[in-house]
Design a binder for this molecule. Structure first.
Ligand code: EPZ
Length: 433
């Protein structure tokens, strides 16, 4: 239940205070990709050599992943924008429930741990606000590589029977192109005996980034970014010094900050191929986009309604559905958004309605009738991307918006309010009171 506060009252929980209606101008730098950095950190378990990852974002999820790896015996050295990991001394322990429960990405440890040591016990990642988040595909794939997997008392226990405890390459077909399952199985296959193919694999850029790291560590991976990935297992993998790709979801969120405030902004770095579906929807909505090979400049004055449906890459990313809905709440005309990836990812609708948005939902579809103005109000983000959507709505709204739920926002956005303030937004963080 959200705390209902009059705008004049200070929210009781940490919040962002946004005075909307201001034009933005300038350039914003995009951080390294959260959804790549997390899985690349887990890949350190595949080797006993040093792994250095650069362009790392400063996020609570990254901190959490570090704690989980350290609980397994990984040593870590954190610096400005980089992390150095070494998994030569990993123990047989399993990451503690209280660490795993808050971070779904901790499940990324099961594949490399099993491949490297022949045994892995990882608590089941909990569901979250947006859905049940099953791991059926991960488990099926590990069994196809020769593991015995049981799930008891909320813990997934996997073991490789027989001499040497080494996984055996095999054919895997995913029932759905799960990003996490594809990444888990790529890491497991990287040290398996023989060749593995993954059919109906996820094609997200983060999957391609993981393939790049495995190759940099001496692994053999072909076809990442296509529906069929082939991995030839190696006896061992060596260390690497590797750069994380820019965060395409943060980049998309920042483009939307320019669009919703009808501003001209340069977002850099931005790889257009990582955001094809989003860029074409922004142009369809009337925005002007110019790529300069490193970054992208967006400008918008009138924004039209568009329809979109979330899909696996290269389709429209579910992680930008909520932020894009904030833009469409202020567009001319009626838009239709269908969330086809997660079963419960329309919770931001109620918060946007509190700000005057005219939205009706029917199952996993939202009908958004654009309004000339949103009005500032106290709102709460229910998950990482819903929180970002509320920040965007606050930038455009008349009056003051107090955005609570910063524990979600800080999981995936590196100093978002500083970045927005640097281009003219009136946005301040109040940690208490
Ligand atoms: C990754 O989650 C991302 N997280 C998510 O980002 C992102 O929304 C999602 O991919 C989809 O792009 C990380 O990379 C850490 P999935 P993941 O397995 O791997 C169903 C954010 O905001 N499914 O591709 O958990 C599942 O229920 C987060 O940054 C099965 O049915 O996503 C969902 O409906 C949120 N069976 C769909 O697939 C399975 O065994 C996509 O899930 C696995 C998944």
């Amino acid at each position: 239940m959200n705390v209902i506060l009059a705008p004049s009252q200070k929210a009781l929980t940490p919040h962002l205070e946004i005075r909307g209606g201001r034009r933005l101008e300038g350039e914003i730098r995009v951080s390294g990709a959260k959804n790549s950095a997390l899985v690349l950190m887990a890949a350190c378990l595949l080797s006993s050599d040093d792994l250095k990852l650069r362009n790392m974002p400063a996020l609570s999820d990254i901190q959490g992943m570090g704690e989980i790896l350290e609980s397994l015996g990984v040593t870590m050295n954190r610096g400005e924008g980089f992390v150095e990991l070494n998994a030569s001394g990993i123990n047989q322990s399993s990451p503690p429930y209280e660490l795993v429960n808050g971070l779904r990405a901790s499940f990324f440890c099961i594949g490399p741990l099993l491949a490297r040591t022949g045994v892995a016990r990882v608590p089941l990642p909990g569901g979250c606000q947006i859905g049940a988040r099953p791991v059926v595909e991960h488990v099926k794939g590990l069994k196809a590589l020769g593991a015995q997997v049981t799930i008891e008392h909320g813990v997934v226990s996997a073991v490789v029977p027989g001499r040497g405890h080494r996984l055996t390459g095999g054919k895997i077909h995913l029932d759905c192109p799960s990003v996490g399952a594809t990444e888990t199985l790529m890491m497991a296959a990287a040290l398996a005996d023989g060749e593995t193919t993954i059919d109906n694999a996820a094609q997200e850029p983060e999957v391609v980034d993981l393939a790049g790291l495995i190759i940099a560590m001496g692994g053999k991976v072909r076809g990442a970014g296509t529906p069929t990935i082939t991995i030839v297992g190696m006896e061992r993998l060596h260390g690497a010094d590797y750069m994380v790709i820019p965060d395409r979801i943060e980049a998309g969120t920042l483009l939307l900050a320019g669009a919703i405030t009808r501003s001209k902004l340069r977002i850099t770095p931005l790889i257009p191929e990582h955001l094809g579906a989003v860029l074409s929807k922004l142009e369809e909505a009337g925005c002007t986009l110019e790529s300069d090979g490193i970054g992208m400049t967006i400008s918008a004055d009138r924004v039209r309604a568009v329809d979109l449906r979330t899909q696996p890459f290269p389709g429209f990313p579910t992680d930008l559905q909520a932020p894009f809905m904030s833009l469409l709440a202020t567009a001319e005309g009626t838009s239709v958004i269908t969330e086809a990836i997660f079963e419960n990812r329309l919770q931001h609708v109620a918060e946007l309605q509190r700000m005057g948005a005219a939205i009706r939902t029917q199952g996993n579809t939202a009908f958004i009738e654009g309004v000339p103005f949103l009005s500032g109000a106290p709102v709460t983000g229910s998950d990482l991307r819903a929180s970002a959507a509320m920040v965007l709505a606050g930038l455009a709204a008349e009056g003051t918006t107090l955005v609570q739920g910063l524990q979600h926002l800080d999981r995936g956005y590196d100093r978002l309010e500083e970045k927005l303030r640097s281009v003219g937004a009136s946005i301040a963080r109040h940690d208490v009171g």
